[in-house]
Design a protein around this ligand. Structure first.
Ligand code: NAP
Ligand code: ZN
Length: 353
């Protein structure tokens, strides 16, 4: 084992602060990565503050971070796809059983024995739970390491590992192509990636935001129209007209206001994960045979497919690069929806701690 620098929270009410953690020495199949950038996902914040306690109670200390880009420092002798010096990435998953029907279908994100990048029991016993990307290094099985196309900016590529795949996957599943009318609700980390993908797939894209000051950015990011969702008249104009709506809101909200904007057989996919259950009006679904579904990140193969798509289409997140010392401030801004449109931590800043 070796020591790594990291930022951790000691309790649901603690600030994130510098600490030292243990990482395992690479086993034969492991890749040891020096982390260069790590995006800040709202899920990091939900977990740090134990907001999902009823489903996934947080084990402290927690080292969050699952949008990781770095440089390979060392590889185990059985590793075939990576060598020291390569750029490599890690998303939300670092292991799964590889044998269950979900893994066999390349849907490792639904494996009953999956290991999340942070907060899952550590099968290697290095620590009680896995520690994520707010750190200067990570050691991951080669099967869960991904490649970043060489033309992409690394700070902007990091958020693709969660915000990217979480929005790309449901759009592929629901067949978003030219001619479809797609709504993206919430213009944060996930939402702004959703806009970029819907645009790249050729859809007509409408952004729903509670922040009027994000209107110009929404258009610049690729939206055809922007609706300030607090304006009932503007909402009404889109009644029963959408093929697909992606809901990325991180907090409690009225989902019926969006379900009723779907056309016949339209689908709303929830990727936002508010702590409290949402109330669904039966008639919002019955009328028009509409459907409501959810989606959880994506499997490893689809994540690589998404990264390659981003390489071909030159897609990265719009990031505000911050030193890790500003992470608590960034969390406060996330809560206020003040994010443009993903924070990406420059891990070089951890060297001074
Ligand atoms: P984010 O960057 O904080 O963006 C969330 C956006 O939601 C905000 O920017 C805001 O957009 C809108 N919003 C926030 N509070 C709201 C409220 N009270 N009412 C209406 N709109 C509100 O968060 P994120 O990182 O994109 O994550 C979004 C959610 O997805 C989180 O719950 C996260 O845990 C979840 N998530 C799920 C998956 C998955 O696999 N399903 C993966 C990653 C994240 P406007 O300013 O435009 O209104
Ligand atoms: Zn995430």
């Amino acid at each position: 084992m070796f020591n790594a620098k990291a930022y951790a929270a000691a309790s649901a009410t603690s600030r994130l602060a510098h600490t030292q953690i243990k990482r395992r020495d690479p086993t034969p199949h492991d890749v040891q990565i020096e982390i260069l950038f790590c995006g800040i996902c709202h899920s990091d914040l939900h977990m740090v503050r134990n907001e999902w306690s009823s489903i996934m109670p947080t084990v402290y200390p927690i080292v969050p971070g699952h949008e990781i880009v770095g440089r390979v420092a060392k590889v185990g002798p059985a590793v075939t796809q990576y060598k020291p010096g390569d750029i490599a990435a890690v998303g939300c998953l670092v292991d799964s059983d590889g044998t269950c029907p979900q893994c066999k279908a390349s849907l490792e994100q639904f494996c009953p024995n999956l290991t999340l990048t942070f907060g899952s029991p550590d099968k290697h016993g290095t620590a009680p739970v896995t520690y994520g990307g707010y750190s200067d290094s990570i050691v991951v099985d080669e099967r869960f390491v991904l490649r970043i196309p060489s033309n992409l900016n690394l700070a902007g590529a990091a958020p693709l590992l969660c915000a990217g795949i979480t929005t790309y996957s449901p759009m592929c599943r629901w067949g978003i192509t030219k001619g479809k009318k797609v709504g993206v609700v919430g213009l944060g980390g996930l939402g702004h990636m959703g806009v970029k993908f819907a645009r790249a797939f050729g859809a007509h894209v409408v952004v729903f935001t509670t922040s009027p000051n994000k209107k110009d950015d929404a258009l610049r990011l690729g939206a055809d129209e922007v609706v300030v969702s607090r304006n009932a008249d503007e909402m009404q104009k889109h009644a029963s007209s959408f093929d697909f709506i992606l809901d990325t809101i991180s907090a409690d909200h009225d989902i019926n206001a969006y379900l009723t904007l779907l056309g016949r057989d339209g689908n709303l996919t929830l990727v936002g994960a508010p702590a409290k259950p949402l109330a669904v009006a039966a008639f919002a679904l019955i009328m028009g045979r509409r459907s409501l579904s959810g989606s959880n990140i994506g499997g490893i193969a689809e994540t690589q497919e998404m990264l390659d798509f981003c390489g071909e289409h030159n897609i990265t997140a719009d990031v505000e690069v911050i030193p890790i010392q500003k992470v608590n401030e960034a969390y406060e801004r996330l809560v206020k929806s003040d994010v443009k449109y993903r924070f990406s931590i420059d891990m070089a800043s951890l060297k001074s701690e």
